[in-house]
Write a protein that binds this ligand. Structure first.
Ligand code: GLY
Ligand code: MN
Ligand code: MN
Length: 444
């Protein structure tokens, strides 16, 4: 992502803020995993969006105070420290960070509180995402308190606190061409990872072996981390929506549901495919699979500017409910079942969500109580599913089948671009791909 893009975003934010305002954006910090070890560091999405500086514990401060000619951007970051860098890793330090990330001023983190007192002084409004980061809340509110309670001579803290997310979430919801390029790449890598898992799957392998294949492909193509916890659910594990144990043995006759996407430059892909361990769907599996696919493909046709995600959801619900009636999994009349939401025993989540720096990306879904129309530049998932619990009161052949199919759609001027189109999805595409390896395996 070029620095000009970060600069433009900061300018857009500054122009959207009321006059004479200051904005504070904290970076993420390390999170302890166990004594002396930490989870893989991931930068805070808002901070990443506005400056791309990759280190923990930093702060970005933006001001449109009339004293500054145009606007002011200030970065606080860990200072250079040879000893700490031997143990914990390299740091840019303020001098190099200012140059590399094209920020107006940069200071060492040690100076944060002292300098913030001065920076806050004289602004009318403070833009901040309160509640987003507990430690940041504590620091900011205690600074504001000290400015109010023990004011240095003539210091005036901002009177009004405004949630900066109202502006930033709307900005993040509409993706720029540069963001779309990264998301296309994240999708392409994730597609290859799903194909790799399909080719690798066989009776006797473990779910975590497929997880390893997926993560291997991500890394080999330059995406070091998954965008979220990879789900590999075989058999009735597929009916657990956020299954992440991924530790059961694959069995011929079962389906396996994989929900996995890589993170690339902070951006997520989010793909789900469901396929048979043996490479061949049973008749019951194929009937339910085709129903989910029909619902997904029909709802794609409603993805265009002016339409709403709710319209697509209603259509998917209608198709799935009618299909469940046709298969005698539900009984009765279509509209009555829809009204009573009987389908929710089997399709209990939403049809999709915004996608971007966060896998469940920011952006409100309703405006003034009305469903929000889709706009060019939005990216969303469309992910219908049917999950029949092992103890559901339905014919035995359906029990324990879980299917989800998830693609990533970019809303264009006239419709949509499916970023994950190339991931095998029809029954024929999946069976052809998987049987191509079965043949290779038999011949070798
Ligand atoms: N992988 C999370 C989701 O599909 O929403
Ligand atoms: Mn997913
Ligand atoms: Mn999703």
């Amino acid at each position: 992502m070029p620095n000009t893009q970060f600069y433009q975003r900061r300018e857009q934010l500054l122009q959207s803020m009321q006059a004479n305002s200051i904005c504070l954006i904290p970076a993420a910090d390390h999170v302890t995993r166990s004594r002396d070890t930490e989870y893989t560091f991931r930068q805070d999405s808002y901070f990443q969006y506005l400056c791309g500086f990759p280190e923990p514990q930093a702060w970005l401060v933006l001001s449109n105070h009339p004293n500054y000619k145009k606007s002011l951007s200030v970065l606080f970051c860990l200072d250079k420290d040879p000893l700490a860098e031997v143990w914990q890793g390299r740091r840019y330090g303020p001098k190099q960070a200012k140059r590399q990330f094209v920020i107006d001023m940069a200071f060492a983190l040690d100076e944060l509180e002292e300098k913030l007192l001065d920076l806050l002084d004289g602004h009318d409004n403070l833009y901040f995402a309160q509640g987003h980061n507990d430690e940041a809340d504590e620091m900011v509110f205690s600074l504001m308190q000290s400015l109010r309670e023990a004011p240095k001579q003539s210091m005036l803290p901002p009177n009004t606190l405004i949630d900066v997310r109202t502006i930033l979430d709307e900005m993040r919801l509409i993706k720029s061409p540069a963001e779309l390029d990264i998301m296309r790449q994240a999708a392409a890598i994730s597609i290859d990872a799903h194909k790799r898992a399909m080719l690798f799957a066989e009776d006797g392998k473990n779910e975590y072996h497929l997880e390893a294949e997926i993560h291997h492909e991500f890394a080999m193509q330059g995406a070091k981390n998954p965008a979220y916890g990879t789900i590999v659910g075989s058999g009735d594990n597929a009916c657990i929506l956020h299954y992440t144990e991924n530790n059961q043995v694959l069995k011929n006759g079962d389906l396996v549901l994989i929900d996995a996407g890589c993170e690339l430059q902070g951006y997520a892909a989010d793909i789900t495919r469901t396929f048979p361990v043996s490479g061949k769907f049973t008749q019951a599996q194929a009937q339910l699979y085709q129903l989910v696919l029909d619902a997904q493909l029909a709802s794609f046709e409603l993805i265009k500017p002016g339409n709403t995600l709710k319209q697509a959801t209603d259509l998917a619900v209608r198709i799935i409910t009618q299909g469940l009636l046709d298969l005698a999994i539900l009984q009765g009349e279509l509209d009555d079942n829809i009204r009573r939401q009987t389908y929710r025993q089997f399709f209990m989540h939403g049809l999709g969500h915004w996608l971007g720096l966060d896998v469940h990306d920011v952006g409100i879904y309703k405006i003034d109580g009305q469903e929000r129309p889709l706009q060019p530049g939005m990216v969303l998932t469309i992910e219908p599913g049917i999950y029949i619990a092992p103890d559901a009161t339905v014919a035995e052949k359906w029990q324990g089948i879980g299917i989800r199919i998830e693609d990533n759609l970019h809303v264009t001027e006239t419709g949509y671009e499916n970023l994950t189109q190339a991931c095998p999805k029809t029954i024929a595409e999946i069976e052809d791909l998987m049987q191509s390896t079965n043949q290779t395996n038999c011949e070798s």
